[in-house]
Structure formats: C-alpha cells, structure tokens
Design a protein around this ligand. Sequence first.
Ligand code: 5GP
Ligand code: ZN
Length: 102
Amino acid sequence: MDCIFCKIANKEIPKELVLENEELIAFDDIHPKTPVHILVVTKAHVASVKELENPELAGDMVMAAKKIAGEKNLDGYKLLFNVGREGGQEIDHLHLHLMGGK
Ligand code: 5GP
Ligand code: ZN
C-alpha cells in the first residue's frame, strides 16, 4: 500500500520525530498552518476516525499531543481530526493535528 504516513512510521522515509512510542509517532507538518503544527500519527494503518475501533488509541493520541504541547510550552492549542474528504482529510492514515504557538 502506498501510504506516506506508513512509510514514515516504518522508517522507509527518514523523518525527525518529535515523539515515538510503541503505537505512535509525531513529526512536524510539512506545510505548517500555525507556528507549531505537529501531526500525531498511529504506527498502525487506520484510515480515519471512521475506521477507528480502539478508544484507547484515540485517548493515547490526545495524551501524546498534550505531552508535546507541554514540552513546547504551549499555553493553548488546537487538536484536530479531519475525517473523510468532506471533513478536509487528505491523507488516509489516522492523524491528530496539534496546532498552536504565537
Ligand atoms: P489532513 O488534511 O489529512 O488532515 O492533513 C494532512 C496533513 O499532512 C496536511 O497538513 C499536510 O500538510 C501534511 N502532509 C502531507 N504530506 C506530508 C509529508 O510528506 N510530510 C509531512 N511531514 N506532512 C505532510
Ligand atoms: Zn498508512
């Protein structure tokens, strides 16, 4: 399967990671829309929130984003899941946008 986020997760495409644990990676968005714009991405290929079945994974993504926000000293920020084309999702591999900074 030709999935860019799977390739990053598998280290086929080298990428500086902001966070890595057993189930997640995080890295800078290539086209940042805010001063800090990081994507928290599942290592497993799940296409979107529509296909997500494990509630723990969603919780872990939010907690990972919160940890990164703390490390970046963000006072406030946005957490965003785009879901499906009509929801603005372009990459069909589950990811949470962490957006903030001044
Ligand atoms: P979506 O619209 O699917 O919620 O968000 C996809 C995000 O991935 C976009 O903000 C886009 O800038 C980012 N993106 C797309 N391709 C790449 C890539 O190859 N590397 C990185 N770091 N980000 C990417
Ligand atoms: Zn994938």
